[in-house]
Ligand binder design. Structure first.
Ligand SMILES: Cc1ncc(COP(=O)(O)O)c(C=O)c1O
Length: 346
């Protein structure tokens, strides 16, 4: 490893092998449980034993969630290949990924700069409160699209370089083929925990989570539900699967047809739909399971829609991958609406 990596980061660096020798750091990712959800299954038209929840919302550090599996690889690359002293990345004001990048930086003894869309923290809590707790250096980029956000991130990285830092710029949403390896590992867990599961349903943002699952399980078993975070989710997922295939890490063939439902986006990213609202309520009232309005509620709504159109049928084992996002619930306008609902017992 290069000089300059702080001692505490070195301690966390380990090598794991997933098909080939690619390093990852330890961010507290562990084999998450798979739980039955019998009442929710019955509510949405499946049999009680059909529906299982993979609890990736329980993944370790910083409030948890799927991004940690990806960050274990991205951070190892930042440390080993780039000798990074600071992590830099961009995302939405309520980005779970940015929050977990900040937590990961702290775990590894690194600095962290987040470039967020929007004009400032007014009224925002949720993930942003945790960004503050992790003492992230937050820069506001205004209301810009993903490409323009990347440009601002590049400018910030230059500024850091000019101050003698070694910034590692992590990709938008933490998604590239390297990061997708984190979900190859999750796919391997699922093969053991829910062998023969016919459907694995997951929220799609920047796409590496679905890409890793498709590479590990095959495209026919994975149903991705687009959250609207990017405009070209299918192309992004397909490109990452293809890159994994090129290094012998994908079960899915070239030009594979993805099961990617784009009908749940509604008016746009972060906009709650009636279907997502119902899914969020059903998960909470049937199982005590908390979904977030931006990703996992839309994913469950996509699962329900697949049952309605009989793409998923009673008797078929189905795993819903809970990817986390709880802090985002507290940063969404829905939170105050839910608080106002209290007092009316059902
Ligand atoms: C809670 C949650 N679930 C799912 C996703 C989607 O993951 P990916 O960007 O790998 O598609 C995200 C992305 O931000 C997320 O925060």
């Amino acid at each position: 490893m290069r000089a300059g990596v702080r001692e505490d980061a070195r301690v966390n660096l380990q090598r794991v092998r997933i098909g080939d020798a690619v390093p990852s750091v330890d961010l507290g990712v562990w084999r998450t449980p798979v739980e039955r959800a019998p009442r929710l299954a019955a509510r949405i038209g499946l049999r009680p034993d059909d529906l299982w929840v993979k609890r990736d919302d329980w993944l370790g550090l910083g409030g948890g969630g799927n991004k940690l599996r990806k960050l274990e690889f991205l951070c190892a690359h930042a440390l080993e290949e780039l000798g990074a002293t600071v992590l830099v990345t961009g995302g939405a004001t309520q980005s779970n990924y940015c929050r977990l990048t900040a937590a990961s930086a702290r775990r590894l003894g690194l600095g962290v700069v987040l470039v967020l869309t929007g004009d400032g923290p007014a009224g925002a809590a949720g993930n942003l409160a945790l960004d503050g707790l992790f003492q992230a250096d937050v820069r506001w980029a205004g209301e810009v699209a993903a490409d323009a956000l990347d440009d601002v991130v590049a400018v910030v990285a230059d500024e850091l370089r000019s101050r003698g830092e070694r910034p590692a710029v992590l990709p938008f949403g933490g998604s590239n083929a390297l990061a997708a390896r984190g979900y190859l590992a999750c796919a391997a867990e699922l093969e053991e925990q829910a062998p023969g599961a016919e459907h694995v349903v997951v929220a799609v943002g920047s796409g590496a989570t679905m890409a890793g699952l498709v590479a590990g399980l095959g495209a026919e078993r994975v149903l991705g539900v687009d959250s609207g975070a990017v405009l070209d989710a299918p192309a992004r997922v397909a490109a990452m699967v293809e890159e994994l295939l090129s290094v012998g890490l994908s079960r899915a063939p070239r030009d594979v047809t993805l099961r990617l439902d784009q009908s749940q986006v509604g008016p746009g990213y972060e906009e709650l739909t009636d279907q997502a609202r119902r899914a969020l309520d059903d998960a909470a009232s049937c199982e005590g399971l908390v979904l977030d309005p931006v990703y996992t509620a839309k994913a469950l709504a996509g699962l329900v829609a697949a049952v309605e159109r009989r793409e998923i049928r009673p008797g078929e084992r189905t795993v819903f991958v809970h990817t986390g996002g709880l802090p985002g619930l507290f940063g969404h306008p829905l939170a105050s609406e839910l608080a106002a609902r209290t007092g009316r017992s059902r």
